[in-house]
Design a protein around this ligand. Structure first.
Ligand code: ZN
Length: 182
C-alpha cells in the first residue's frame, strides 16, 4: 500500500473518532497560548517526541523546523517564521533546541552535490540555486556550537526586538533529556 493510501486511511479513522481533538473556531486558537516559539531540527526522532518531552500541548507554541535548526541568512525561512510568530502571533520568547547525534554534523556540500548529479540534476541548476550550499553544509560544525551561533544570530538580528527572550537548549533524541546551554 502506498504512503498516501496509509495516510488517508489513518486520517479517516482520526477525524471520525470521537477522541479526535476538535478544531476551535475561535481566532485566538491560532495564537500560541504560552507565547513562545521553538526552532528545532527536522530529525525523525523528534517527531511526536519533542513536545511530550517538554510538556507542550497543541496550541501552546509555534514550532519551526529545518535541517539542523541552522540559519542560512538574515531573511531565511526560520527568520520569516519567527517574524510572523513575534509580530502577528504575540510570541515573546524563543527556544532554539539542537539535538545530539544531528545528521547535519556529517552533511557536506560535496556529498549532496554528488548525489544530485547522480540523480540527474543539471550542473547549471546546481550553480544557479546552490550558491549558498557550501556555507550552509559546512557552516554546521557540531550541534552545540550551532545552537550558540543560532542564538547569537537571533540576538543580533535587527528585526528581532531586544525584549524577546532567547534560550539555547539541547535535547537527546533517545532519552529526551534537555540541557540548558544559554
Ligand atoms: Zn538534526
Amino acid at each position: 500500500m502506498s504512503v498516501l493510501k496509509d495516510i488517508l486511511k489513518a486520517n479517516k479513522v482520526f477525524y471520525q473518532s470521537s477522541q479526535s481533538p476538535h478544531i476551535q473556531e475561535d481566532e485566538s486558537a491560532k495564537v500560541p497560548q504560552r507565547h513562545f516559539a521553538i526552532v528545532t531540527c527536522m530529525d525523525t526522532r523528534l517527531v511526536g517526541f519533542l513536545e511530550p518531552a517538554l510538556g507542550i500541548k497543541r496550541g501552546e507554541c509555534t514550532l519551526i523546523k529545518s535541517a539542523g535548526n541552522y540559519i542560512t541568512d538574515s531573511f531565511d525561512n526560520i527568520i520569516q517564521s519567527l517574524l510572523v510568530s513575534i509580530f502577528e502571533l504575540g510570541v515573546t520568547e524563543i527556544f532554539v533546541i539542537g539535538h545530539h547525534e544531528c545528521g547535519m554534523t556529517n552533511t557536506t556540500s560535496d556529498r549532496i552535490i554528488g548525489t544530485m548529479i547522480q540523480r540527474g540534476i543539471s550542473m547549471e541548476a546546481i550553480k544557479t540555486f546552490c550558491s549558498q550550499i557550501e556555507t550552509w553544509a559546512s557552516g554546521f560544525k557540531d550541534p552545540e556550537s550551532n545552537v550558540y551561533n543560532t542564538v547569537k544570530k537571533l540576538k543580533e538580528h535587527p528585526l528581532i526586538p531586544a525584549d524577546i527572550v532567547i534560550h539555547g537548549l539541547m535535547i537527546h533524541p533517545r532519552s529526551g533529556k534537555i540541557e540548558e546551554l544559554l
